[in-house]
Write a protein that binds this ligand. Structure first.
Ligand SMILES: O=C(O)CNC(=O)[C@H](CS)NC(=O)CCC(=O)C(=O)O
Length: 285
């Protein structure tokens, strides 16, 4: 059975540093014999402010980070799914984008995050992603890979069952949620949401995660705990979320792998058909 690999990193505002972390993960995933490597949201960089996020952004065909990953994908013959930023039409904003780089190094899929993380939680995170990010306007159809048909979603999209169900409806067998979850919301919801999306769509959920503090000022910190969940809701691969005393995610630089068993997936779908009664609740279509 083919193996999926998730890689965990702690991105900073240095693209060079982030590319170096990803290169080492690619090496590990390749040695492990993975058929694809899934990297987190915003792997190219995480800025300390909305202004920095916008100022660091480069077009995809000029980004040393993306070009570097394309070269690595081609030399290892390893497809890579990775979250990055790209310029939006108002120059004050960026797109939060997820791309699929195939084994020749070509970018063959591109999804722009639909749901933006605008929250003001008392004693918790206050983040307004929409200050610097332009939201996407479409779901991309699932596409065939060596692992199965992949449907692309990002981080906060995880909180909405509808796009996952829509992708399942369009044939997805694997849903991705590359993330940079906050620590309080991650502790409360991350694993439960990932397992719920896997169980209700009867699909694999592959969620690579950022971990640890992203800058010296310690203003942004991510939960880690990247995982792969099977269509029965079982966590089949998991990374940690612990940090060292300098706040660096200990599992930054680690990968975890899981077999993708599409026969098992078909068995789950066959044995427990989830037939919707939308005749009774037509508002959810
Ligand atoms: O800022 C960047 O460059 C990368 N983007 C992110 O980190 C995004 C937007 S701030 N994070 C989330 O969506 C966390 C969701 C979350 O934590 C939850 O749903 O609880």
């Amino acid at each position: 059975m083919p193996l999926a690999a998730i890689g965990q990193i702690c991105s900073t505002s240095s693209m060079t540093h982030n590319l170096a972390q990803c290169r080492s993960l690619i090496q590990k995933a390749s040695t492990a014999g993975a058929s694809a490597l899934f990297l987190p949201e915003a792997s190219d960089y995480i800025g300390s402010s909305a202004t920095e996020t916008v100022s660091l952004c480069q077009p995809i065909d000029k980004s040393p980070f993306v070009l570097g990953l394309q070269a690595e994908a081609a030399s290892h013959r390893l497809p890579i799914n990775v979250g990055i930023h790209e310029p939006a039409s108002p120059p004050t904003k960026v797109k939060n984008t997820l791309i699929w780089i195939d084994a020749t190094g070509a970018i063959v899929q591109r999804y722009q995050k639909l749901h933006l993380f605008d929250v003001e939680i008392r004693n918790g995170p206050i983040l307004k992603e929409s200050n610097s990010v332009e939201k996407g306007t479409r779901l991309e159809d699932p596409f065939p890979t060596a692992l199965g048909k992949v449907g692309l979603l990002i981080c906060f999209d995880l909180r909405f069952p509808e796009p996952g169900l829509a992708l399942r409806h369009r044939g997805a067998q694997i849903l991705t949620y590359p993330s940079a979850f906050t620590v309080p919301t991650g502790k409360a919801h991350w694993a439960t949401l990932l397992r719920a999306r896997a169980i209700e769509t009867q699909s694999y959920v592959v969620a690579a995660a950022q971990v640890g503090f992203h800058n010296e000022e310690k203003t942004r910190r991510s939960y880690g705990h990247g995982m792969i969940v099977d269509p029965w809701g079982k966590v089949v691969a998991e990374l940690g979320g612990e940090e060292d005393d300098r706040g660096r995610g200990l599992d930054a630089g680690e990968i975890a792998v899981a077999e993708i068993d599409l026969e098992g997936l078909e068995k789950v779908r066959r044995e427990m058909p989830l037939l919707r009664r939308t005749d009774v609740y037509p508002e959810i279509l």
